[in-house]
Design a protein around this ligand. Structure first.
Ligand code: NAD
Ligand code: DAU
Length: 353
């Protein structure tokens, strides 16, 4: 038995692969194109481990995927690979359409052909788990109830629209062909190995190097935050016990404004790594131009996965953030390695001088 993971060198995918192999001996075939967001260093602790088979390649390369499925005969595909950053999708949506929509379509086609060729028993057990986002549901007003699985789709950015399209394809492959799919829609993750284009690792990095901590607009946009280890637990649970064709929302029951997120991060840093001049890190916060079409509020009702599969997050925002800050402080070399070269071009393009 084995599973095929796509995007397993990215933030959530690498956490998932590391957690999986810590808990089980079932091999992982890890297919990742190693875009700017994929980092083999995340998987360095698996060097020489036969249970981890890394393949550099594109989910849209049908010949490659068909060959991997035929050779390794995985019992499941866990699909993380995507272009994942909203701001990049605003600057250039092409890669988002190509990977998130066309790539997912090609992966589904390869999985369908593979599944059709299995014995009846293996067909029964096979799963295609599609990892998606709460952003497909659009933006909430302050009083609106949190997103349930039955909310209508109202994606607002090229990123969320491309993820919504991929969710629809996954749904259609169940309805039309009977492929045993599972879809998860999760809120904002944070934790080790997150690329510092996203709010928390960006502010972590900028705080330590004395750069501004940029909050878009008034900084009062709301997100639900989930520690990445809890997300990985939830995905393992859905893979093990989720019903084919079902959708599960995953969240941290932890709505915060961006201001609260960054000031909490600053307070933890003040305690664990005080600034040389004794001043609070929060002095580095600046308000910058807002993201075009910025969604005001996301909130997840994670009641279904709790009722039906018994999953609830373990970390609170404060315990998870302390772990995360501790990890980044202990892995400053990792941060230095990912913030050279092309990363600087991105900062210049997004934030100007
Ligand atoms: P990430 O950007 O850190 O990693 C994406 C990975 O996919 C990278 O390793 C990259 O090299 C790989 N990849 C990109 N295009 C590829 C292609 N064409 N073929 C093969 N590999 C390719 O993303 P992440 O934050 O780890 O998110 C993983 C998944 O979870 C995404 O599908 C995302 O939409 C979803 N998600 C993310 C969050 C979050 O807060 N980060 C929340 C909910 C859902
Ligand atoms: O909700 C799940 C989604 O969360 C995932 O699907 C995406 O892949 C993931 O990137 C994340 O999207 P966000 O746009 O919410 O994450 P980001 O870290 O980019 O931004 C979080 C909030 O902080 C958002 O309201 C924008 C704001 N922000 C972000 C950056 C990078 C700032 O105020 N300043 C910044 O510099």
């Amino acid at each position: 038995m084995a599973i095929l993971v796509t995007g397993g060198a990215g933030f959530i995918g690498s956490n998932f692969v590391l957690d999986w192999l810590e808990r089980s001996d079932e091999p992982v075939i890890n297919l990742d194109a190693l875009t700017y967001a994929g980092n083999p260093e995340n998987l360095a602790s698996l060097a020489g481990d036969d249970r981890h088979i890394f393949v550099k390649g594109d989910i849209g390369d049908s010949d490659l995927v068909v060959d991997l499925l035929a050779r390794h005969r995985p019992r499941a595909v866990v699909h993380f690979a995507a272009e994942s950053h909203v701001d990049r999708s605003i600057h250039g949506p092409d890669d988002f359409i190509q990977t998130n929509i066309v790539g997912t379509f090609r992966l589904l086609e390869a999985a369908r052909a593979h599944w059709n060729g299995l014995t009846a028993g293996d067909r029964e057990g096979f799963r295609f788990l599609h990892v998606s986002t709460d952003e497909v549901y659009g933006s909430l007003t302050p009083e609106a109830p949190a997103f349930a699985e039955t909310n209508r789709y109202e994606p607002n950015s090229p990123y969320s629209a491309s993820k919504a399209a991929s969710d629809h394809l996954v749904r259609a492959y169940r309805h039309t062909y009977g492929l045993p799919v599972l879809t998860t829609n999760c809120s904002n993750n944070y934790g080790p190995y997150q690329f510092p284009e996203k709010l928390i690792p960006l502010c972590m990095h900028h705080a330590l190097v004395g750069q501004p901590l940029p909050l878009y607009g008034d900084g009062l946009q709301i997100r639900d935050w989930l520690y990445v280890g809890d997300h990985c637990d939830a995905i393992r649970r859905v893979l093990a016990a989720g019903s084919p064709g079902e959708v599960y929302n995953i969240g941290g029951w932890s709505e915060k404004t961006n201001r609260e997120v960054v000031t909490t991060l600053c307070a933890i840093l003040d305690e664990l790594r005080p600034r040389g001049d004794g001043r609070p890190y929060a002095e580095q916060i600046v308000f910058v131009q807002d993201r075009p079409g910025h969604d005001r509020r996301y909130a997840i009702d994670a009641g279904k996965i709790e009722r039906e599969l018994g999953w609830r997050p373990v970390e609170t925002f404060v315990t998870g953030l302390r772990r995360t800050v501790g990890w980044y402080l202990e892995h400053q070399q990792w941060m230095q390695n990912v913030t050279s070269g092309a990363y600087r071009h991105w900062l210049a393009q997004q934030y100007g001088a």
